[in-house]
Design a protein around this ligand. Structure first.
Ligand SMILES: Cc1cc2nc3c(=O)[nH]c(=O)nc-3n(C[C@H](O)[C@H](O)[C@H](O)COP(=O)(O)OP(=O)(O)OC[C@H]3O[C@@H](n4cnc5c(N)ncnc54)[C@H](O)[C@@H]3O)c2cc1C
Length: 508
């Protein structure tokens, strides 16, 4: 059998590579580069994927497994070369996560006289069939994907897996502890330094090649991401030991002195297949059982992986292809230049774009409440923002950015949220320490010194009143808007228009 291993399918513990037999199996890997000509990808993202692939290639070869490692412009060229040497070969691949990719690969292989079998992806805990059965069941589960809520799915996953359960009841007698997880750290609180993995010779070689080969975005070095399973396990252990105990309380805080906070930084390894979700969930639960980490932190972490990650994967599958183009608020503005150049006087945006440029990473609330919130209020085309996230984050793949950006981030689709995650400077001032150093005043809405988020926020509500006002979860904010006098509303509109023009011109 020839196992075709795609760049984000590097699991050695689950799927075809777990049982690879040097006597009978061969592995095909294609390192295609042309995709990066279409968008400027983050240099570290390119280095991460290619370094991880090359390490798996070398590990397999050391184990005596034949690896046909093709370096080509495109998958098509890589396949041409493979089939030249192995005419009529029968390939097996794990069902790719990107919408339609399985069929496209099958057609390419077919055209070259071979055959391709797609096998189920074992690196998620919820199978497509399991999710569909849950959706379509007659119990109290919703029957249409549009009605599905993460919380219902998460509770179903908890019951199904038995994670953090006492029989049919949640451990700690609550399904979540969000109220305890919204603190802001005191200035003297020291976040532990996350581990930095020194590139080995193969990674250094890959870094040099990325530098020569691609017109990439962002800083290539220092490159400190785990690129092997051994490193990923070490990163996991470090997180459980050092940062999990206080993961919960500060998970929403945006803190100038720490880019990582107590976040796991494990999504890059998880999404490449270097770790399996159970390898994060189970040690976290053990840490709780051993008294090392409190339940609110552990439950909060488990929910991200057992709940959100699995949920967005299945929602993507069910909602594609429409979700990639969804634009229910009809937002059509181009992505402003500040997302690429970071040139802005708004301290929160400047800080977060700088974090992305340096490492291809920022944490969830920075993605949601700074970058997406700004795009939402400004009126950016959801697909344009999705492209940006896809290109610039080290953990980004179409299956995960599309629901998170189009659905959750800018409310282009209603699949992930019942209302937009729209917030004014008030939220940012409460959950970050950016406003203190910012030239804009978070308490002002109009005038040259007012934080741009404020006028954009009220203007967003006004512009979208037809669509959002009837949403009962937005009743209170619309009540506040209605209480504003006509001249105040006119000044807000004027300020919002000026802000949008200057942002579009890269001048704010
Ligand atoms: C606009 C936007 C874009 C995003 N883009 C990506 C992306 O490209 N790739 C990606 O993996 N995640 C993405 N997320 C989800 C989440 O922000 C990241 O998974 C998380 O920040 C990764 O960092 P961490 O490992 O330190 O996570 P932690 O905060 O420590 O969380 C633990 C793990 O939970 C999982 N997780 C948590 N929330 C989500 C979620 N909403 N979707 C999927 N997995 C989740 C991740 O695997 C993560 O490693 C995005 C969220 C938003 C709002």
């Amino acid at each position: 059998m020839t196992i075709w291993v795609l760049g984000d399918q590097l699991s050695r513990t689950h799927g075809p590579l777990a049982d690879v037999d040097p006597e009978t199996d061969r592995v095909l890997m294609i390192e295609a580069t042309a995709f990066a000509d279409r968008h400027p990808y983050h240099a570290q993202k390119l280095a991460l994927v290619f370094a991880a692939m090359r390490h798996v290639r070398d590990e397999l070869r050391e184990e005596g497994i034949t690896v046909d490692y093709q370096r080509a412009e495109t998958f098509g060229e890589g396949l041409d070369s493979h089939f030249e040497h192995h005419p009529g070969d029968a390939l097996t691949v794990v069902e790719p996560a990107s919408y339609g990719a399985g069929e496209r690969l099958e057609a390419m292989v077919d055209d070259r006289g071979g055959s391709l079998e797609c096998v189920p992806d074992p690196t998620f805990l919820c199978s497509p069939e399991g999710f569909d059965e849950w959706l379509d069941s007659d119990g109290d589960a919703p029957t249409d994907v549009g009605d599905v809520r993460h919380e219902d799915f998460y509770r179903w996953m908890r019951r199904r897996t038995g994670y953090l359960m006492n029989g049919d009841e949640p451990v700690g007698e609550a399904w979540n502890f969000d109220d305890e997880n919204r603190a802001f750290p005191r200035p003297e609180y020291d976040f532990p330094e996350p581990p930095a993995f020194e590139p080995d010779e193969l990674t250094r070689e890959t870094l040099a090649w990325v530098e020569d080969e691609f017109d990439a975005w962002g800083n290539l070095e220092p490159f400190e991401w785990p690129v092997t399973r051994t490193q990923a396990l070490a990163a996991r252990d470090d997180f459980i030991e050092q940062r999990l105990p206080e993961f919960g309380p500060y998970q929403d805080a945006i803190v100038g002195r720490s880019w990582a906070g107590n976040h796991a930084l494990l999504s890059p390894a998880l999404n490449l297949g270097l770790l399996h979700p159970t390898e994060l969930i189970e040690p976290a639960i053990t840490a709780y059982q051993d008294g090392h980490a409190p339940l609110p932190s552990v439950e909060g972490f488990v929910r991200q992986i057992l709940g959100w990650r699995e949920f967005v994967r299945q929602i993507y599958r069910r909602r594609m292809p429409a979700m990639a183009e969804a634009n229910q608020l009809e937002a059509t503005r181009d992505l402003p230049p500040l997302y690429w150049d970071g040139n802005t006087e708004m301290a929160c945006l400047e800080t977060v774009v700088d974090r992305v440029r340096r490492r291809g990473y920022s944490h969830h609330i920075e993605r949601l409440m700074v970058l997406s919130n700004f795009g939402l209020l400004y009126g950016v085309d959801p697909a344009a923002l999705n492209h940006w996230f896809h290109a610039t984050y080290v953990d980004a793949y179409h299956w995960v950015t599309t629901p998170n950006v189009v659905g959750m981030g800018v409310f282009g689709s209603d699949a992930l949220a019942t209302k937009p995650y729209a917030a004014s400077a008030n939220y940012l001032d409460r959950m970050s320490d950016c406003c203190g150093d910012c030239r804009f005043d978070p308490d002002e809405t109009t005038g040259e010194d007012a934080c741009p988020f404020n006028a954009l926020y009220w203007d967003f509500l006004e512009r979208n009143a037809d669509r959002l006002q009837s949403n009962h979860r937005m009743g209170l904010v619309y009540h506040h808007l209605e209480n504003k006098a006509d001249d105040e509303r006119a000044s807000i509109r004027e300020r919002a228009t000026a802000v949008r023009e200057r942002v579009a011109d890269g001048e704010l």
